[in-house]
Design a protein around this ligand. Structure first.
Ligand SMILES: Cc1cc2nc3c(=O)[nH]c(=O)nc-3n(C[C@H](O)[C@H](O)[C@H](O)COP(=O)(O)OP(=O)(O)OC[C@H]3O[C@@H](n4cnc5c(N)ncnc54)[C@H](O)[C@@H]3O)c2cc1C
Length: 372
């Protein structure tokens, strides 16, 4: 312990954002004996990979929120970071509180539409109740329209049809191919096949007209929706799975010279924000040419923490390299498609490895808490 302790003495690492990247970084800092502060505007980690199951299965949502304080104690601070002062090396929270850092890891991730993301600042009990209320909306609807056929929309449609096979589920997507473009064409094709097998109706190459004017996530029987191709359909519930946006509010003003067009932070191969040797970006908010995934966020966190440790020790920093793509799509609890390290996986293996439990166990274990 002596060597490690002396290595990190005097350092205080501030981690902004407790998503997949943030909790991985905080956990590694904790196990290496670093003094650190994890800041998040909410009181619990949201395992949004499982948010779609929580939207259809009663009683499931409680497994998808893991309180920070029970894991990180006083090293966790709840608050919204409004800016970073790089001169004084402090992060400034709403209300004026300032927290000083020697090293900073920014991992503020992305926001997007509910139910894939939970954007409201509310207690985790309220968040859980919001999902439980949403399950009731899904249960009341005889038909559901899922808007957006990226990976989230594909998984959402599959979850609803798997849990409620009697409901009419339509997935509308502006392009012909479904799921992430980074996936192999054969995996994307398989995702389409599974949806069709399950009985999901596909409306491809079309966009919903006036989506922003439609009421989302609330069951309203026989709502009429029209598309840019003139198709008209009737549905009871509309769920949007489009429009993920990088959360740059915490750092945009302070790092305006290092922002990519979408608000992500430009980083070098060591994941240091360009021009700052003690500031790292991890997860969705790092401008790296690869799919935005929880899996990658965890890999980034390991590189950032290692490099903080190496820099304190005077060692050469380690680079981050995007490997071959690993992405698994849960197609309901009983099926799945995906690829591991560039190799397409059999559906049964994805179902077993991901779809059944959605890797919730991994995050509960990482947080050192017992899954309810
Ligand atoms: C429905 C859905 C399913 C997905 N499924 C998968 C999957 O199966 N596998 C996979 O690998 N990836 C999946 N992803 C992608 C994955 O969820 C993201 O890539 C991952 O969450 C990124 O982690 P992150 O730590 O960068 O950010 P996030 O998880 O977005 O977390 C960011 C955190 O920062 C906090 N924050 C933001 N701004 C501030 C601020 N100003 N002050 C304080 N706190 C702040 C937020 O409250 C949040 O807790 C899925 C995404 C969605 C939407």
């Amino acid at each position: 312990m002596g060597g490690q302790a002396s290595l990190v003495q005097g350092a205080h690492v501030v981690v902004v954002g407790g998503g997949f990247g943030g909790i991985a970084a905080a956990q590694q800092l904790k196990s290496q004996g670093f003094s650190f502060t994890l800041i998040d505007m909410r009181d619990a980690f949201h395992h949004n990979v499982a948010a779609l199951r929580a939207s259809v299965k009663p009683g499931f949502a409680q497994r998808t929120f893991i309180p920070y304080a029970a894991t990180f104690g006083d090293s966790f601070v709840q608050g919204r970071v409004e800016r970073v002062n790089t001169d004084t090396q402090t992060v400034v929270l709403a209300g004026g509180k300032e927290i000083q850092y020697t090293h900073l890891i920014l991992c503020t991730g992305t926001d997007g539409a509910f139910p894939g993301k939970f954007n409201t600042v509310a207690s985790y009990q309220t968040a859980i109740q919001t999902y439980e209320d949403f399950v009731k909306q899904v249960q009341t609807a005889d038909s559901v329209l899922v808007v957006g056929g990226g990976s989230t929309g594909v998984e959402m449609a599959a979850e609803i049809k798997t849990e409620y096979p009697e409901k009419r589920v339509v997935l509308i997507h502006s392009r012909i191919d479904l799921a992430d473009p980074e996936l192999q064409p054969s995996v994307r094709q398989e995702a389409k096949m599974v949806l069709v097998e399950k009985g999901v109706e596909l409306l491809l190459g079309q966009k919903v007209l006036n989506l922003s004017e439609l009421q989302l996530n609330v069951t309203q029987k026989n709502t009429i929706v029209t598309t840019d191709k003139g198709t008209s359909l009737t549905t009871d519930l509309i769920i949007s799975c489009v429009g993920l946006k990088i959360n740059s509010a915490a750092y945009a003003s302070s790092f305006s010279g290092c922002l990519a067009e979408n608000g992500a932070l430009k980083v070098n191969e060591h994941l240091q924000v360009k021009g700052y040797s003690n500031v790292y970006a991890v997860g969705d908010c790092a401008d790296i040419n690869e799919p935005k995934t929880a899996y990658h966020a965890g890999l980034h966190a390991a590189v950032a923490v290692t490099n903080i440790s190496y820099s304190l020790n005077g060692n050469e920093l380690t680079p981050y390299h995007t490997g071959s793509i690993t992405m698994l799509l849960a197609m309901g609890h009983d099926d799945g498609v995906g690829q591991f390290n560039g190799f397409k996986l059999p559906r049964c293996l994805v179902a077993l490895g991901k779809s059944r439990g959605l890797l919730l166990w991994k995050s509960w274990r990482e947080m050192g808490q017992k899954q309810p």
